[in-house]
Design a protein around this ligand. Structure first.
Ligand SMILES: [Mn+2]
Length: 394
């Protein structure tokens, strides 16, 4: 094996990606939801579909669960464990839902009304409990808190309420668990969101406690924001907890990773790989997908995402960090920049195929999936049951 093939194999061996349960369900836009006969509606179907992706790619052993959509009140967690063993994928991060109920229209943990804050807190604490029982490490709340018009919210007080709530959530964690704080500059609130950027998320994570980290959703930034710089800063503060992978052209578009700007994702991986090269350690990062495949076949889109992530990660594994560091120190700008570009422009797909075959996986998971006839089979089985089943987002 060549040296670069070896580098890629080693990198891919430990590169795992978590799949979101909601990525297999029918989803849509603010204008409408588009149904696919083969899309999953039940938790069993979501586990089955995620299991397909893992069986073919070998790198997606866990599924992120969304509490209200996947674990409604009265869910028997034993059933979830059974699905896990049946389909070969375990429950991953637990995502509490504190935005869907009517009470949350003005926010959850930072709502002006104490009883709403309390309701949100209880739901998140319950989610921590479920995470413990399911053996899930990371808790990843989705906060939609914010306001739509200037002057309508006390921003400082809401920050305090949010910090207080997160501190209580942190107290409930087991020693191995983590609380991931995700940020987003707008939507669904359009004037201010309570956790608008990585700095706010960092402060809230620090206020919550030592097991809290920042979650970077690649779509949750303004245009032209330098995401890899945010990643570098969070790494240097030991505060990077994980990623929600997706791509965007305009806002939080939830498009397929690397479909618009693969170099952006590569540059993020380059920062992580450089940090690991420099420290000799491994950054504890949860790589997760958070996408909405409104029009693509859900499972195919997920396989495409995983393969894209692997390709970009493999390219980043080819960076010669020693040469890069030397060029930087000697201020040879073109040479330093070309360390990244040479790696990025290498076609790693043949090595990726060899790596898959060496792991007894299909060299081309996408083609293998299409040839399996899974979509046609599940479309036949699921189509009848789905009639009229258009309710919540996923
Ligand atoms: Mn996200």
């Amino acid at each position: 094996m060549t040296k670069s093939a070896e580098l890629i194999h080693t990198a891919l061996d430990s590169f795992l990606i978590e799949l979101p349960s909601w990525g297999f369900a029918d989803t849509g836009t603010r204008f409408g939801k588009f149904l696919q006969d083969s899309a999953a509606t039940t938790l069993a179907e979501k586990f089955a579909d995620a299991g397909q992706v893992h069986a073919l790619t070998g790198v997606c052993p866990s599924v992120a669960l969304h509490v209200l959509w996947d674990l409604p009140a009265g869910t028997d967690l034993k059933e979830v464990q059974n699905l896990s063993s049946q389909f070969g994928v375990r429950p991953g991060s637990i995502n509490p839902n504190v935005f869907q109920d009517q009470e949350y229209k003005h926010g959850s943990l930072s709502n002006e009304r104490a009883e709403v804050r309390e309701k949100a807190l209880q739901h998140i604490l319950e989610s921590v409990q479920w995470a413990k029982e399911l053996g899930s490490r990371d808790l990843a709340p989705w906060f939609a808190d914010g306001s739509n018009y200037p002057g309508t919210a006390n921003i400082r007080r809401r920050k305090q309420w949010l910090a207080d709530g997160l501190r209580k959530v942190h107290q409930a964690l087991d020693s191995g668990q983590r609380l991931l704080i995700e940020y987003k500059p707008f939507e669904p609130a359009f004037y201010h969101t309570d956790v608008a950027d990585w700095g706010m998320a960092l402060l809230l994570a620090r206020a919550a406690g030592p097991q809290a980290r920042v979650l970077v959703d690649t779509g949750h930034h303004y245009q032209a924001q330098n995401i890899e710089q945010i990643v570098a800063w969070l790494l240097s503060e030991d505060m990077l907890g994980g990623f929600h992978f997706n791509d965007r052209r305009y806002a939080d578009d939830d498009l397929t990773l690397g479909s618009i700007d693969p170099y952006q994702i590569f540059r993020i991986f380059a920062e992580i790989r450089h940090y690991e090269w420099e420290t000799g350690g491994r950054a504890d990062i949860a790589y997760m997908v958070d996408q909405s495949h409104n029009l693509k076949n859900k499972i195919e889109a997920m396989i495409q995402t995983v393969m894209t992530a692997q390709q970009l990660y493999a390219k980043a594994a080819l960076i010669d960090h020693q040469a890069l560091e030397k060029a930087r120190n000697q201020q040879r700008l073109i040479d330093a920049e070309n360390c990244l570009k040479d790696a990025f422009e290498t076609d790693v797909r043949p090595v990726l195929g060899e790596w898959s075959e060496s792991r007894k996986l299909a060299a081309d998971p996408l083609r293998a999936f299409r040839e399996s006839g899974y979509t046609e089979r599940t479309a036949r089985e699921r189509a009848g049951r789905k009639k009229g089943a258009v309710s919540s987002y996923a």
